[in-house]
Design a protein around this ligand. Structure first.
Ligand code: HEM
Length: 282
């Protein structure tokens, strides 16, 4: 691979992104299956599969640190993917400088498409939404049209609501996986940018995509929370409490009752073996 810095780190940086993009095809196919093709009783199963696939995106993301060093990323690679800044850049004989932000995975339609399909939207009055919409200007036109089509056509949250508690639980699981992906992404950003650049306050640091990093990533991450089905959470908690109570009754608080019983029979077996061996020796 030809890179600007000729480092393994830069190759790895692009490779991780490419792996995540290539895995996304499976997710979109599954979303299509869940929404259009399968009978309603398969909906939850497919959503569980989707959540596993989102977990695989997270695993790939976490491999960033395997061969891309934060210092090399920040001091060598990042300047090649940065934008033109406030002054802009004169193109050819043009007289007015053009202003472009740099490249960022935020400009990929992948995560936006997943958000949209799960019915996750943003409060239009929040200034941070502007950054998401701005990122679409850097996407291929076909991708933007696809996102707009998804916005009108697909809503897995609404479907889960119609189908009932199993579907809602599966929906929540997908959102948990997406939230975990974003949590780990924030950790990566913190290691690759915030901790390397000690020069200015974190609140003032900007991403290559031009966003105020900390505020923007926090906003996107927190926005998801309102979409989880809250009543499902409560049911789960109730079930957990019930299970705890019944364990206390059966096993006297010693953990799982079957493990306890298993332990006792093992002891008896050992005693029998020792007795047999003693008899043999006599
Ligand atoms: C060293 C690795 C990475 C760093 C330092 C990094 C940094 C950032 C920063 C600073 C932003 C804020 C927007 C901006 O101004 O650019 C952002 C947004 C974003 N990044 Fe990354 N990123 C990395 C890798 C990735 C990868 C591999 C993906 C793969 C999909 C990704 C997906 C996203 C998405 C989807 C957003 C938009 C916010 C969201 O939807 O949560 N990033 N990233």
């Amino acid at each position: 691979m030809i890179t600007a810095t000729q480092t393994m780190d830069e190759q790895w940086f692009y490779l991780v992104d490419a792996v995540i993009e290539s895995r996304s095809g499976d997710i979109l196919r599954k979303i299509y299956q869940a929404y259009y093709l399968n009978p309603p009783d398969a909906f939850s199963d497919i959503l569980h599969q989707i959540s596993e696939q989102i977990d695989r995106l997270k695993d790939a993301l976490n491999q960033m640190t395997d061969h891309c060093h934060p210092w090399i990323f920040y001091h060598l690679i990042r300047k090649y993917i940065a934008g033109w800044g406030e002054e802009g850049m004169l193109y050819g004989n043009e007289e007015v400088p053009r202003k472009y932000v740099g490249s960022s995975a935020a400009q990929s339609p992948l995560i936006q498409a997943i958000d949209v399909c799960f019915g996750i939207h943003y409060d239009k009055s929040d200034p941070m939404v502007g950054i998401i919409m701005e990122s679409r200007k850097y996407m291929m036109n076909k991708h933007v049209l696809f996102l707009e089509w998804l916005e009108k056509e697909v809503d897995l949250r609404k479907r889960a609501q119609e189908l009932g508690s199993d579907a809602k639980m599966a929906y929540n699981r997908c959102l948990d996986s997406l939230a975990a992906f974003r949590r780990d992404h924030i950790i990566i950003v913190s290691r690759f940018i915030l901790s390397v650049d000690k020069g200015i306050n974190d609140e003032e640091k900007k991403g290559t995509g031009g966003s105020p990093i900390v505020q923007f990533l926090k906003f996107v991450r927190q926005n998801m929370d309102q979409y989880k089905f809250k009543e499902i959470k409560k049911k789960k908690k109730k079930k957990k409490k019930k299970r705890k109570r019944s364990r206390k009754g059966k096993g006297g608080g010693l953990g799982h009752p079957t493990l306890y019983v298993g332990g006792a029979t093992e002891k008896k077996k050992k005693k029998k073996k020792i007795k047999k061996n003693k008899k043999k020796k006599k």
